[in-house]
Design a protein. Structure first.
Length: 223
């Protein structure tokens, strides 16, 4: 239980007012929580987190400024705060970027809001909050069963020794993401993405980014 049995202080960050209203109703009906701040964008979320020192930050991914960027910043500044994403996105890119950013939970907005208080309380107690279908994806990724995470092999049979970040960039290249889209998904600068792509092309000994992406798709589909 939290110190002094006081209500857990929750920051809610979402640019969709009806969602904020739904969250407030769900948490107000439960005596374990108190909403300390409601904001509508990532910059406000970081500022409110620093000033209010919430126990739990409930962040939308698609809000202006990116909830993922807010998660990175809040996790760095407030390592004791629990971070939970509440989003419509069930995409792997968003899920794994959120987890890398330090999220302790990942909930979908189509959930029954009556379950939200228990999910958040569980996160504060050290549990993970995530739909079962997303847990299965995390386990699949961890076990390395997804074809796109198997190392591509160059023409001479040597493995490209890519870093984990380069694997992430290459996976998105294979999905035909642009440099700007990769930067947004991985919370990187465009110049950093271009540097990773240059390194990938060199390590895989291919002509260009298109060839690297094609090698990745080909090896993955044949694996």
């Amino acid at each position: 239980m939290n110190e002094g049995n006081r209500p857990l202080r929750v920051l809610v960050a979402d640019d969709h007012a009806p969602t904020r209203d739904d969250v407030r109703r769900a948490l107000d009906a439960d005596g374990r929580f108190s909403i300390c701040s409601e904001v509508a964008d990532a910059a406000e979320a970081v500022q409110a987190a620093v000033s209010k020192q919430p126990d739990i930050c409930l962040l939308d991914i698609r809000m202006p400024g990116s909830g993922l960027a807010a998660a990175w910043e809040i996790a760095a500044r407030l390592p004791r705060a629990k971070i939970v994403m509440l989003t419509v996105s069930a995409e792997d890119t968003d899920l794994f970027t959120a987890l890398r950013a330090g999220a302790d939970g990942y909930l979908l907005k189509n959930m029954n809001m009556r379950r939200l208080p228990d999910a958040l309380h569980g996160v504060f107690a050290g549990e993970a909050a995530m739909p079962r279908e997303l847990v299965a994806r995390v386990l699949e990724r961890f076990h390395g069963r997804e074809p796109r995470w198997r190392p591509p092999v160059t023409a001479d049979g040597s493995e490209g020794r890519l870093t984990s970040r380069e694997w992430e960039v290459l996976a998105l290249l294979a999905r035909r993401y642009t440099t700007a889209e990769i930067a947004a998904s991985l919370v990187l600068s465009a110049s950093a993405v271009r540097a990773h792509i240059t390194s990938i092309v060199r390590k895989l000994q291919v002509k260009d980014r298109a060839a690297a992406a094609e090698m990745f798709r080909t090896r993955g589909s044949s694996a």
